[in-house]
Design a protein around this ligand. Structure first.
Ligand code: C2O
Ligand code: CU
Ligand code: CU
Length: 488
């Protein structure tokens, strides 16, 4: 009971201070623990949870995986449980790791009391295997998509995509990583040992009620501006600790939040190197001190912790576009930290953009908020019975995306564009070549109000119906989505 009370007080203080303080302050739960000196608030002794690698079974030349979509309960706040959804567990899902050219077959059993779907975000797979709103998995049934991996090493993810219900199902915990490896990722002199020096970090902000249960009840302004949380989870825990055992660590970061844009940095301001975007490696590591991800986007980074004294501390800060700064993973370094056998490589891969002569067409997509607050793309809301764009198979197109930023009081709403089936390259942002860390293959791009982004993508191999949409999940569920059909 005491923990509840302290948590309640802490939450009220956080809510009050977060609206008063300017960005740059730190919402550290522990800072408030001396409100009631006899109890601790949030226990941050938990170690960073690493989602397990899903074991597959090799049958002939195909790897079979099985996922159970299930209800569960989880104690995020010590002493109180909340109802959750998870894959093979109570929250989030295991990491699926496959190689390029591998044939896979996944059995997805829906044990929920509602329909769901399972979409392979970032994957180039046949339309019927994509797991978008057209591939509903009814309750108590199993869906068995099968496809061959046809893309380079990258950090993708999977999540539900049921029409109008994506946001709520993801919020409750349905999400997992889907990692592709290939010869290049094997041979690069970068850390590869999952859970040891190759660490997944799934960031999700969540709003908790005073009693420690999830609160998912976005109102109209929340839907427009983003449903901001009062707690930041990393792989499902609050301020977890990660013990660094080697100096160079590779992190695969997913912004897994519903609608919160985040800026990540290290507390001490140390430099890190971005090595990959959504769909694969960059040409060379890009030194940064911060990186911004919108929901659904991923980066891989290398961090050299040798600059930190043993016994010292470090953490990752996540600043949200809601104006809060959360302290997230806490790193500790002991004498056992060994010098990594890796260094920061000079070169990663060669990225070959499509030739100018191969470009066969262009289209424009205007993302805006209409008069009544309707979120639209090209003035339309999603209709599963309508094909918005027909794209010829084998074509290479330039898509120009605009966030008009219009809509009365909704001026400052960011949007993003996510395209199924393809990975694209950004040609320019507001007429300017993208910054170096955005010059890799991507499937999702952030657009601040007023932004205009041009990208290029090739639509190869598969025909059928796919989606493009804003990946702020509340916007997507409100219809900021369209259907494109790749046609012969
Ligand atoms: Cu991550 Cu259409 O989705
Ligand atoms: Cu997707
Ligand atoms: Cu949007």
């Amino acid at each position: 009971m005491k923990i509840y009370k302290t948590f309640l007080i802490t939450m009220i203080i956080i809510l009050l201070t977060s609206s008063l303080l300017t960005a740059g302050s730190v919402n550290e739960l522990e800072n408030f623990s001396d409100m009631d000196s006899s109890t601790k608030t949030v226990d941050s002794d938990q170690l960073l949870f690493i989602p397990p690698i899903l074991e597959g079974t090799l049958l002939n030349d195909t790897i079979e995986f099985s996922l159970q979509v299930q209800e569960g309960e989880k104690e995020f706040i010590p002493g109180s449980k909340t109802k959750t959804f998870g894959y093979n567990g109570s929250y989030l899902g295991p990491t699926i790791r496959v190689r390029n050219e591998q044939k896979v077959s996944i059995f997805i059993q829906n044990n929920l009391n509602e329909d769901t779907t399972l979409h392979w975000h970032g994957a180039h797979v046949p339309a019927e295997m994509d797991g978008g709103p057209f591939q509903v998995i009814r309750e108590s049934t199993t869906w068995n998509p099968q496809f061959t991996i046809k893309q380079q090493a990258s950090t993708l993810w999977y999540h539900p995509h049921l029409m109008g219900k994506t946001a709520e199902q993801v919020y409750k915990g349905l999400a997992g990583l889907f990692i592709i490896e290939d010869e290049i990722s094997d041979s690069l002199p970068i850390p590869h040992e999952y859970g040891v020096n190759d660490i997944p970090l799934i960031f999700q902000d969540r709003k908790f009620n005073n009693n420690g249960t999830f609160s998912y009840r976005p109102n109209m302004p929340d839907i427009q501006h983003g449903y901001f949380g009062n707690v930041m989870l990393v792989n499902g825990s609050i301020e977890p600790e990660f013990i660094v055992t080697e100096t160079i660590i590779r992190f695969r970061i997913l912004n897994g939040s519903n609608s919160t844009v985040m800026r990540y940095s290290f507390e001490s301001g140390i430099k890190f190197y971005q090595i990959a975007t959504d769909g694969g490696f960059l040409e060379k590591p890009v030194p940064l001190t911060e990186v911004i991800l919108s929901p659904g986007e991923r980066v891989e980074i290398l961090v050299d912790f040798s600059q930190i004294q043993t016994g010292g501390g470090e953490s990752i800060l996540a600043e949200t576009n809601g104006g809060d700064v959360f302290k997230t993973v806490q790193f500790s370094f002991d004498n056992e930290m060994v010098d990594s056998v890796y260094t920061i490589p000079d070169f990663l891969v060669k990225i070959t953009p499509p030739e100018a002569e191969s470009i066969t067409g262009s289209r424009q997509f205007v993302m805006s908020t209409g008069m009544g607050g309707n979120l639209t793309i090209n003035g339309k809301q999603m209709d599963m019975n309508r094909i918005d764009e027909k794209v010829p198979l084998g074509s290479t197109e330039i898509w120009e995306i605009l966030n008009t930023g219009m809509g009365g009081m909704m001026m400052n709403v960011p949007h993003s564009m996510h395209i199924h089936d393809v990975q694209f390259l950004i040609i320019d942002i507001n007429g300017i070549k993208p910054p170096e860390n955005l010059r890799g293959w991507k499937d999702t791009v952030l657009l601040w109000p007023g932004d205009k982004v041009r990208l290029v993508a090739s639509f190869m191999d598969y025909t059928g119906k796919y989606m493009y949409h804003c990946h702020l999940l509340e916007h997507e569920d409100q219809g900021m989505m369209g259907v494109f059909e790749v046609v012969n």
